[in-house]
Design a protein around this ligand. Structure first.
Ligand SMILES: Cc1cc2nc3c(=O)[nH]c(=O)nc-3n(C[C@H](O)[C@H](O)[C@H](O)COP(=O)(O)O)c2cc1C
Length: 202
């Protein structure tokens, strides 16, 4: 099996991380670099990764996350945020390396697609962060590390703790580190035909 398929098949949500383990800065940067290669519509790169390493911030966030230990025990807690207004913030920068005509074309398309469409702006941010979160999780596997995707927390309280800008939304956490114990057996996987349909729903 290819290493990518192996990483997908073996990934589990880690419930207990080794609190003594510290990820090297270079490894964390490489994992974040991989995550930001995740695709976004019109290349607007509307994901923002807030890396929480400060112990006091972690303690406060844990208290807003039903006391889940991963928040403090992981080596890096990454709050995946969407910049809902990325589409209108100098969109030419998303196409800075493209020929001028291509860049101008995209700037026009971005404006006409997102302007006045609040739900689309938000949905797009969540799509982008979901893809980036999984890319981050797979990159962590490549470094021999484990992750836990999380949304078990009070979004408003965490937003206050991290000073979330008013035009951003928290999408989820990815806790990242070295697992302290083997995961429990899987809870259950649906049969493929329960999740895959062809051509239309019956
Ligand atoms: C969006 C999302 C939110 C989750 N939130 C939490 C969480 O708050 N705490 C937790 O321990 N696990 C959380 N999980 C992990 C799931 O419980 C886990 O992925 C699922 O049970 C399948 O197990 P596996 O990932 O080990 O295959 C979350 C997963 C996702 C995708």
């Amino acid at each position: 099996m290819s290493e990518i398929l192996q990483a997908i098949a073996s990934r589990r949500a880690t419930k207990h991380f080794d609190p003594e383990y510290r990820i090297a800065d270079a490894d964390l940067t490489a994992i974040l670099e991989a995550a930001r290669r995740a695709p976004t519509a019109f290349n607007i790169q509307n994901y923002r990764f807030l890396v929480v390493r400060d112990a006091e911030q972690r303690r406060r966030i844990r208290a807003a996350a039903w006391d889940q230990p991963q928040v403090e025990e992981c080596s890096a807690l990454i709050v995946m945020c969407a910049d809902i207004k990325a589409w209108e913030k100098d969109p030419a920068r998303y196409w800075k390396d493209a020929p001028e005509a291509v860049r101008d074309g995209y700037v026009g398309m971005i404006r006409s697609y997102y302007e006045g469409r609040e739900q689309v702006q938000r949905d797009e941010g969540f799509r982008s962060c979901g893809l980036a979160a999984y890319a981050l999780m797979m990159a962590a596997s490549a470094y021999g590390l484990q992750t836990c995707p999380m949304d078990g927390f009070d979004f408003d309280r965490v937003g206050e703790i991290i000073n979330l800008p008013s035009d951003h939304e928290i999408v989820m956490f990815v806790a990242l580190g070295r697992e302290a114990s083997a995961p429990r057996p899987r809870g259950g996987v649906l049969p493929l035909d329960a999740v895959v349909q062809y051509d239309s729903f019956a």
